[in-house]
Ligand binder design. Structure first.
Ligand code: SAM
Length: 205
C-alpha cells in the first residue's frame, strides 16, 4: 500500500464512514455468507481481513458457527472497538501485507478492500494471503463495486477486471463468481452499491 493510501485509511472521518457502512449494510454482508452455505464450506477457523469492528466475522460466527475467528484491520482504533464488541475473537492491528500471523486458517475472507491494490501489488498480496491458508483452505474475496458504477463500468467490464485480477496472481485452483444485484438504500441514499461480486477460491497446491 502506498503512503497516500495508508494515510487515507487512517483518516478518522474515513474510519467512521467505513464503520457506519459495515454496521448499516449488514444485509449485503449476509449475502456473502450464503456462499459458505451453498458450497457447504464449514471452516473451523477464519481470518477476516479489513474486518472493521468484526461485523461480518460475527455474522459468520452466528450463522455458520465458526468459533475460532481472527480479525485484522489497519486502523488501530477500529481494532480497539472490535476487541470490546467481540472479545472472543483474536484481534490484530496492522497491514495484512506485512503482518506475520501466528497461525494458518481454513478460511480467509476479504470483503470490500482487496481490489484497491494496484496491479503490481496484487500478486504479492494474494501470495501472502495464500500462505496463511491451511491445505484445501478457502479464500473469499468480495467487492461492493460502487467504484465500478462511478467509473461507468458494466457487469462485463467488472468480470473482465476480476479475471485480470486472477490472471495476475495465478494461484487459484478454482473459483466461482457470484454477482449480486443489490439495491440497498444506505441512509436514504440510493448511491451505495449495485453489483456485488464475490469469488470463492481455493489456492493451487
Ligand atoms: C471498506 S472497509 C470494509 C470493511 C468490511 N470488510 C466490510 O466489508 O464491511 C475496508 C477496511 O479495510 C481496512 N484495510 C485497508 N487496507 C488494509 C490493509 N492493508 N490491511 C488491513 N486492513 C486494511 C480499512 O481500515 C477498513 O476498515
Amino acid at each position: 500500500m502506498n503512503e497516500k493510501e495508508a494515510k487515507k485509511n487512517n483518516n478518522p472521518s474515513k474510519i467512521l464512514s467505513m464503520k457506519r457502512s459495515s454496521d448499516n449494510n449488514l444485509n449485503t454482508l449476509t449475502y456473502r455468507i450464503n456462499l459458505f452455505q451453498v458450497n457447504m464450506v464449514n471452516p473451523s477457523s477464519m481470518l477476516d481481513i479489513g474486518s472493521q469492528e468484526g461485523q461480518f466475522a460475527n455474522m459468520v460466527y452466528e450463522t455458520i458457527g465458526v468459533k475460532d475467528i481472527s480479525c485484522i484491520d489497519l486502523a488501530s482504533t477500529v481494532v480497539e472497538s472490535g476487541e470490546k464488541r467481540f472479545p472472543t475473537f483474536k484481534w490484530y492491528s496492522g497491514d495484512v501485507i506485512t503482518f506475520d500471523f501466528p497461525e494458518k486458517y481454513d478460511m480467509v475472507t476479504w470483503l470490500n478492500g482487496c481490489f484497491s491494490f494496484e496491479k503490481e501489488e496484487r500478486k504479492l498480496v494474494m501470495e501472502r494471503i495464500s500462505s496463511y491458508l491451511n491445505d484445501n483452505g478457502y479464500l473469499l474475496i468480495s467487492y461492493g463495486d460502487v467504484n465500478f458504477e462511478v467509473r461507468g463500468m458494466s457487469l462485463e467490464d467488472v468480470i473482465d477486471e476480476i479475471k485480470d485480477f486472477f490472471d495476475v496472481i495465478n494461484v487459484i485452483k478454482e473459483f466461482e463468481y457470484y454477482p449480486m444485484l443489490c439495491d440497498t438504500d444506505f441512509k436514504g441514499h440510493k448511491t451505495f452499491g449495485r453489483w456485488y461480486t464475490s469469488i470463492l477460491c481455493r489456492v493451487k497446491e
